[in-house]
Design a protein around this ligand. Structure first.
Ligand SMILES: [Zn+2]
Length: 290
C-alpha cells in the first residue's frame, strides 16, 4: 500500500518517467538510515588525468577514461544507478561506453546499483572470486561478519572473476586487482596509473577495511580466524601499495574531509586506522570473556 501510494505520488509530481523508475526492481530503493547521507549529491569531478568521481557525498564511484572505453568502480545503492549515469553524461561521456564495472565488495551500499548499471550500459562486472559469488547471490555470505543483517541487493547475473595481482587492460589503462580481505573475504582494491602533462600518479580505489559486524559476531571465534588473517594480509598490502592518490569506498574513511586524499602515506594511514579499530575490538571481546 505504501509502495503503491509512493509510486502514485511520484507519478503525479514528476510524471511517467519517475513512476517507471520506481517500478524498476533493479533500482528499487533500499531504505536505510544513512541513505540520504551516503547519496548526498556531488558534482562529478576530475581527480587527476583520466580519473574522475561520479558518486556521492558518502559513497565513492570512480570513472576511468581509457581512450577505448570507460571503466566504472562500484555502483552504490540500487536507487543511485540513474544518478551515476547522469554524472557520467555531465562529464561528456556516454554510459554505453562503460566496458567494465569493478566491484570492491558484495555489500548493498557498494554493489546494490551494479545490476542496474550493468543492464543499462552493457558493461561486464568484474570482482574477486568470493566477491563474484556474493554479487551473483545478492546476499551476504555465511562467513561475512555482517551476516546477521539482512543486506540483500539485486543479484548481478554475469560477473567476470579476477585474481589477486591480475591486470585488466583497456585502451591506455592497466588496472591491477589487489585482494584486501577482512571487511568481507572477497574485498578487492583497484589501482592504476593516471597521467597528466607528463606526470603520472598511482591511484588507489580502496575497499572498505572497517571491522563492522553484526552484534553476535566475534572476531576472536576460532571459526572466524580467516577474517582476522585476511585483515593482516590487507594491512601489509596497503602499506606497500604505490599510493599517490587514495579514494576510499566510503569517502569519510579516507581520513580527510575531501573526496580523495593525496599520498604518499594515505593508504598506509587508512590501513593503520582499521588495524587500531580491529585491535580494540578484539581486546574488548577478550575483556568481556573474562
Ligand atoms: Zn561493507
Amino acid at each position: 500500500m505504501l509502495i503503491r501510494s509512493t509510486a502514485a505520488l511520484a507519478f503525479l509530481l514528476t510524471g511517467a518517467a519517475s513512476a517507471e523508475r520506481a517500478a524498476d526492481p533493479l533500482t528499487r530503493p533500499i531504505a536505510v538510515d544513512r541513505a540520504a547521507e551516503w547519496l548526498a549529491p556531488r558534482a562529478p569531478v576530475r581527480v587527476f588525468g583520466n580519473t574522475y568521481l561520479v558518486g556521492f557525498g558518502g559513497l565513492s564511484v570512480a570513472l576511468i577514461d581509457t581512450g577505448k572505453g570507460l571503466i566504472l568502480i562500484d555502483g552504490a545503492l540500487p536507487q543511485a544507478a540513474p544518478a551515476i549515469l547522469v554524472n557520467v553524461k555531465r562529464l561528456g561521456f556516454r554510459p554505453r561506453d562503460i566496458r567494465y564495472i569493478l566491484s570492491t565488495e558484495p555489500h548493498f551500499d557498494h554493489a546494490g546499483g551494479l545490476a542496474a548499471l550493468a543492464r543499462d550500459t552493457g558493461a561486464v562486472v568484474v570482482a574477486s572470486s568470493r566477491g563474484a559469488a556474493g554479487l551473483r547471490s545478492g546476499r551476504l555470505a555465511i562467513d561475512d561478519p555482517q551476516h546477521g543483517y539482512d543486506g540483500r541487493f539485486p543479484p548481478v547475473a554475469r560477473v567476470r572473476v579476477i585474481g589477486d595481482g591480475e591486470v585488466l587492460r583497456l585502451g591506455t589503462v592497466a588496472v591491477t586487482a589487489r585482494a584486501t580481505p577482512g571487511h568481507t573475504l572477497g574485498s578487492m582494491t583497484w589501482t592504476w596509473q593516471s597521467c597528466a602533462a607528463g606526470r603520472c600518479k598511482a591511484v588507489v580505489f580502496a575497499s572498505s577495511l572497517n571491522p563492522v559486524s553484526a552484534d553476535s559476531y566475534r572476531y576472536t571465534a576460532r571459526s572466524n580466524q580467516a577474517i582476522v588473517a585476511g585483515y593482516r594480509r590487507s594491512y601489509a598490502t596497503m602499506r606497500d601499495i604505490p599510493c599517490d592518490i587514495l579514494i576510499t569506498a566510503h569517502a569519510d574513511q579516507s581520513g580527510s574531509s575531501g573526496r580523495f586524499t593525496f599520498g604518499p602515506h594515505a593508504c598506509e594511514t587508512y590501513a593503520e586506522r582499521s588495524r587500531r579499530r580491529l585491535v580494540a575490538r578484539i581486546r574488548s571481546e577478550k575483556g568481556s570473556q573474562r
